[in-house]
Design a protein around this ligand. Structure first.
Ligand code: ADP
Ligand code: MG
Length: 683
């Protein structure tokens, strides 16, 4: 039975429809938007004797011999002749049908790369077909499409051509002239036909670089579809009803009064933006962005109190236990004496405590629930949820983010916080349906962090440096190497590093913090570090997000070359919070990959999170940056966020115009690009 099932599965995975689905083609009309990767010029024939090595040619000749040879491995060798010269066609993978087609006496037209072989010029793995003498040459460039195993270019070309001819509606214009003309955009049909079969005088480089006006039109259309989809999403949200949470300042005023510092201007500004959103009946979806240490937590706390004093509940979610716990402690301290009951919920809470917390949340007795993603599991009922706050939003994967959006946060207001700034192009595209508030100013009294790159060979010097720092009362984070493949190995490394430093720095206290520790133990170690009893804290990346110990003024990161840019920036942000001069030492091990070198250079040269994120986007590309690669959600296919900034802006304006003046056209446009099925990825 098992085998039977397997065989049907294989079969099912290999129908033409399956192959096309892998290319994103699920409807006949999708072929129209399946655009070539590049082109081949098959409009000329080169005499066999004139073929030069090192590029692609098209040739024609008569088969004078075809056989299978076995040295050095099995291969099909066909000898062509055109009266003046001969040329070998060589195939290492071939079907019997191909061998048959290349029968002696047949006239064959072949296109492929040439090289100098043992017996003269040869073509390896050309595409070819048998022709009658005098068969005319194409008068267009030949498209090469993205394809998948088992689907030949030849077949794909036919399918595309058939779709182009089938239904004029596939090629209909979705943009009104007043959108097209001022922007000098080509007609849709003209552009699509041009891209599928460009004339021979087309500039191949403009086509390859996707700078040709025909490409411009298609990229514009794609970006427009994205903008329309985000805007429609946004409109749908605006129609939903959230509770109005204007607040009566009974709680917020008290928190303001007891803060040990004055808010920065930027904090005041974003608090104002959030205040206004909360007072409205439209669910807020706001992203609060601010570099590491810019003070987002207090902004969240004030927003939470406004919701609570309006009679609603607040859920505050953090990506790790350590961070959630720290928020819990910090907020509980800030709120002490105020009439607010805070509940703490995490996955690892003992059953009894968890039950108690759940009951308090469910009955509404606890107005403020703080925890990890455990907060948004099914068993948790938040009957009067008015505001959901997600800290370090970028740390949640795309899937979790989508789940969160769909989950019954229902129509509560949402505040997402992130220390990873979104580069402008992403903000305009993938994040366009969110409102963004930016804290662009640091609290006063921060000292810049000096960053040093040090080779692993000089590790002993660094240990001495740490010893001196400890002696002068400073506290140090020593970050363990990241081992993504194995949490177990990472743990072993952390334990070994802790043992090493305990031995080498015997006169000081070295603590250890890693993800596998029991929450209580973690909390104890953290508390010891906060109180200054621990001098050096050996930690895995559990400290990456949000941990706040102002007295820590030095950080050593081992194998810094293994970390991502955003991670390095976040880690480094753990120091430089107090007024002492801080430093971050990036230990690296050679040899390093080019990408690792590029990352370390960026982190060494930049302190500004925005610039680092921009560089990160350049190095990794948007798919990785957004964490979308694993999610399978489609990113843009044709437009390029780095090069097409102006097009993104144009598409954004056009989307607004279109929705206002001709919503039916907007619908048709979306139908073409998204077919009402797929969705562009959202923040
Ligand atoms: P992040 O934005 O990285 O989450 P936090 O909210 O953790 O930053 O704030 C970092 C530190 O700065 C905390 O100790 C916080 O209490 C402090 N802080 C926040 N706002 C101010 C301010 N306006 N003046 C001084 N310190 C502040
Ligand atoms: Mg934070």
């Amino acid at each position: 039975m098992g085998t039977a099932k397997k065989s049907t599965e294989t079969k099912a995975g290999n129908t033409l429809a399956d192959k096309l689905a892998r290319l994103g083609i699920t409807r006949d009309r999708d072929f129209v938007l399946h655009l070539p990767l590049r082109y081949e010029d098959r409009t000329h024939l080169c005499p066999l004797g004139a073929v030069q090595p090192g590029r692609a040619w098209q040739v024609e000749g008569t088969v004078i011999n075809t056989d299978i040879q076995y040295r050095p491995r099995r291969q099909l060798v066909c000898l062509l002749e055109d009266g003046d010269a001969k040329l070998v066609l060589r195939f290492f993978n071939f079907y019997p049908s191909q061998q048959k087609a290349l029968a002696v006496g047949k006239r064959v037209r072949a296109f492929g790369d040439t090289r100098e072989g043992h017996y003269g010029m040869e073509m390896v793995h050309p595409s070819f077909h048998v022709v009658a003498p005098g068969t005319p040459l194409p008068d267009r460039l030949t498209p090469v499409y993205p394809t998948t195993a088992g689907l030949s270019q030849e077949n794909l070309r036919k399918l595309v051509q058939r779709a182009l001819a089938r239904d004029p509606a596939y090629l209909s214009e979705t943009l009104p002239p007043w959108t097209r003309h001022p922007r000098n955009l080509w007609d849709f049909e003209q552009a699509v036909r041009y891209l599928h079969e460009p004339p021979t005088d087309a500039s191949q480089s403009a086509l390859d670089e996707r700078e040709h006006p025909a490409w411009t039109r298609l990229k514009f259309d794609e970006l427009l579809a994205q903008q329309l989809s985000l805007k429609m999403h946004r409109r749908a949200r605006a129609r939903r009803k959230a509770p109005r949470l204007p607040g009566d300042t009974s709680l917020t005023r008290q928190l303001h009064a007891r803060l040990p510092f004055a808010l920065t201007r930027a904090q005041h500004r974003v608090i104002g933006e959030i205040r206004r959103d909360l007072a409205r009946a439209e669910p807020m979806q706001r992203l609060l962005q601010g570099d590491v240490g810019s003070g987002k937590t207090i902004v969240a706390a004030l927003a939470a109190l406004q919701a609570i004093e309006s009679g609603y509940q607040v859920a505050f979610m953090a990506p790790t236990e350590i961070l959630a716990e720290q928020h819990y402690r910090k907020l509980a301290a800030w709120l002490e004496g105020l009439p607010v009951t805070v509940a703490w919920l995490s996955g690892s809470l003992p059953a009894k405590a968890k039950k108690k917390a759940l009951a308090a949340i469910e009955s509404g007795a606890a107005q403020f629930a703080i925890g990890t993603h455990a907060l948004f599991q099914d068993e948790v009922a938040l009957p009067r949820l008015g505001l959901a706050i997600v800290d370090e939003q970028h740390r949640f994967g795309v899937a979790q983010r989508l789940a969160l959006r769909q989950k019954g946060i229902g129509d509560a207001h949402q505040l997402m916080m992130s220390a990873t700034p979104i580069p402008r192009t992403l903000a305009m595209s993938f994040y366009a349906d969110l409102d963004v508030s930016v804290i662009d100013e640091m609290p006063p009294g921060r000292s810049p962090v000096a960053t040093r790159l040090v080779s692993q060979r000089r590790r002993d010097e660094i240990v001495e440096r740490v010893r001196k720092a400890c002696a002068s009362g400073r506290q140090i984070y020593w970050v363990c190497p990241l081992i993504e493949e194995s949490e177990k190995l990472e743990l072993q490394t952390a334990v070994a590093l802790h043992a090493e430093l305990t031995a080498k720095l015997a006169e000081f206290k070295v603590g250890l913090l890693h993800g596998r520790m029991k929450p209580d133990d973690k909390a104890n170690v953290m508390a010891g570090f906060v109180r200054g009893e621990i001098n050096v804290l050996v930690a895995t990346t559990v400290i990456e997000v949000g941990v706040d110990v102002p007295n820590a003024s030095m950080m050593v990161i081992e194998h810094a070359e293994r970390f991502g840019l955003a991670q390095l920036h976040q880690l480094r942000g753990r120091v430089g919070r107090g007024s002492t001069e801080s430093e971050c030492i990036l230990l690296f091990e050679e040899p390093m990959s080019e990408a690792a070198k590029a990352r370390l250079k960026v982190i060494y040269e930049n302190n500004d999170g925005f610039e680092i994120a921009r560089q990160d986007l350049l190095i990794r590309g948007p798919g990785e940056f957004l964490g979308a690669r694993q999610s399978g959600v489609p990113l843009l296919r044709f437009a390029d966020l780095e090069h097409d900034v102006q097009l993104i802006e144009a598409a954004r304006d056009a989307a607004n115009e279109l929705l206002r003046r001709e919503p039916a056209a907007a619908g048709a446009h979306l139908e073409r690009w998204l077919g009402g099925k797929q969705e562009f990825i959202k923040a």
